[in-house]
Design a protein around this ligand. Structure first.
Ligand code: GDP
Ligand code: GDP
Length: 453
């Protein structure tokens, strides 16, 4: 799900950048990486009442430095407003209504974006109401008196802003799930592909993939479509005899990069080999969701301990995929093949999932209460100020701390476990970025420079 965008507009010196900094100060300057949105450093993350959003200052685009309102409104302003869920129109309550304000208001009234009016520099709440009154004349609804410097009134403004956001969907609807089937030769990929295709209702068509020789197969089940990537690669060796030793790891790496969810296939008879580890490592590195398939389960002699022991073997050899679900299947008999796409659905949804800043901080508070961060020999204790999810696919959470070095691997793993226990994220890698004060300051000043265009 894309984060809502809020565009800030107004003539120079009304306090736009002061207000942007005030609104985003609790969120720090992390640039969100969202596909399909024109991205530059003027977007700043922010949150209010459980809603995360991004804020963009269009000021530098509309105005030629501190001089005059440019009649020629640049395309970028249209773009910023087109993708915005709401606009904040900032005016100066001390100066009062100006011709430039009216010009902007006229233009804003013709746009479809909802507008919330911020009457800035109203330091006194009582005086502010009087100062704000004349801005009713602009016909853009209620003017909110506030002071970006003194902070009063900013909360009421944001209540107004988020009322225009569409309701949160934490589990996004997923259109097409890109799946890659990877594994060493002879583990049963091609047999599994056939079994999977047999499970699906409508085979839409085999269609050409992103590279010339990669044929993707699109299948559908229960209204969900899956693009099975690079199926030609899986089937090729049936036609051309490479010998069983031939294994294009590059091809597998490419397939992993293109996928949302990787079906990592193992041969139950062989156990986990070095090549398996290499592929699994790449899946984790690329941040792809994954379901592990231990195939040929029919060929294993089993007693009541077998699955348990095999699980241990997998955990030991593939600890960096410990978050992935494991399925013990047989392409030959069809055992549990019908559950594979169910697990793919879960992994894909969790991979794209967004969790609000409020929930993340609840988990952190709870975790710290149970187990305090380590204290250094000098008696300085690690402190987590707060966390926020900056990205999905895979979910990436930044933790702002006093000093990352105070958090050893042990404690970091503990925090990650807490996130998984409380929030799930089954089948997807979860990235935690530990940021200290120094990094934050560098980032903040860098972003500020960018905001001023
Ligand atoms: P921008 O050009 O719209 O981005 O405006 P700035 O954020 O750079 O602010 C312009 C001037 O207004 C600066 O001198 C700020 O210190 C001042 N300013 C911003 N917010 C307030 C406020 O709430 N009250 C007062 N009195 N001055 C403010
Ligand atoms: P690929 O190279 O990974 O595509 O593997 P194939 O699908 O060509 O299978 C390799 C060999 O393993 C073939 O002889 C298959 O018949 C056999 N095989 C595949 N799946 C299973 C299974 O679930 N059980 C058993 N016993 N054999 C299997």
């Amino acid at each position: 799900m894309k984060l809502p965008i809020v565009a800030i507009i107004g003539r120079p010196n009304v306090g736009k950048s002061t207000l942007v900094n005030r609104i985003s100060e609790t969120s720090e300057a992390i640039v969100h990486d969202e596909p399909g949105v024109t991205r530059d450093r003027t977007y700043k993350p922010a949150s209010w009442q459980d809603r995360d959003f991004q804020i963009v200052d269009t000021g530098g685009l509309l105005f030629d430095d501190d001089t005059e309102f440019l009649p020629l409104i640049r395309e970028q302003v249209f773009l910023a407003l087109a993708e915005a869920s709401a606009a904040i129109f900032v005016v100066d309550g001390q100066t009062g209504l100006t011709a430039a304000d009216e010009e902007i208001a006229n233009w804003l009234r013709q746009q479809s974006v909802p507008v919330v009016m911020a009457v800035n520099k109203c330091e006194s709440p009582e005086g502010g109401l009087a100062q704000a009154a004349e801005f009713w004349n602009l016909g853009l609804g209620e003017p909110y008196p506030l002071s970006a410097i003194h902070r009063n009134g900013v909360g009421d403004l944001l209540d107004g802003v988020i009322s225009y956001f569409s309701p949160i969907e934490l589990l996004p609807e997923i259109e097409e799930i890109k799946v890659a089937i990877v594994g060493r030769p002879n583990v049963g990929k091609s047999s599994l592909l056939n079994a999977l295709v047999g499970e699906t209702r409508a085979i839409v068509s085999p269609i050409s993939g992103t590279t010339r020789d990669a044929i993707d197969m699109v299948v559908e089940r229960n209204g969900q479509t899956y693009r099975l990537g690079d199926t030609a690669g899986i089937r090729k060796k049936k036609k051309i005899d490479y010998g069983t030793e031939f294994f294009s790891i590059n091809r597998a790496f490419k397939a992993i990069r293109r996928a949302d969810v990787v079906l990592m296939v193992f041969d139950a008879l062989d156990g986990i080999t070095d090549q398996d580890q290499k592929l699994a490592g790449r899946i984790a590195e690329e941040g792809r969701a994954c379901v592990m398939l231990v195939n040929k389960w029919d060929a294993i002699e089993k007693d009541s301990h077998t699955i348990y022991e095999y699980n241990e073997h997998l955990d030991e050899r593939l600890y960096y995929l410990s978050w992935a679900e494991k399925l013990f299947v047989s392409a030959l008999t069809g055992k549990r093949v019908d559950t594979i796409l169910d697990r793919v659905d879960v992994a894909a949804a969790e991979h794209k999932r967004r969790v609000s800043t409020a929930v993340i901080n609840e988990v952190i508070e709870e975790a710290v209460r149970w187990k305090s961060p380590p204290t250094s020999r000098q008696g300085k204790q690690g402190k987590i100020y707060y966390g926020t999810q900056v990205k999905s696919a895979p979910p990436t959470i930044v933790l702002f701390v006093n000093d990352p070095q105070r958090f050893n691997d042990n404690y970091r793993r503990y925090i990650e476990r807490q996130f998984r226990e409380q929030l799930g994220f089954t089948g997807t890698p979860l990235r935690l970025l530990w940021r200290g004060k120094k990094v934050r300051e560098v980032e903040r000043s860098g972003a500020n420079r960018a905001v001023r265009v």
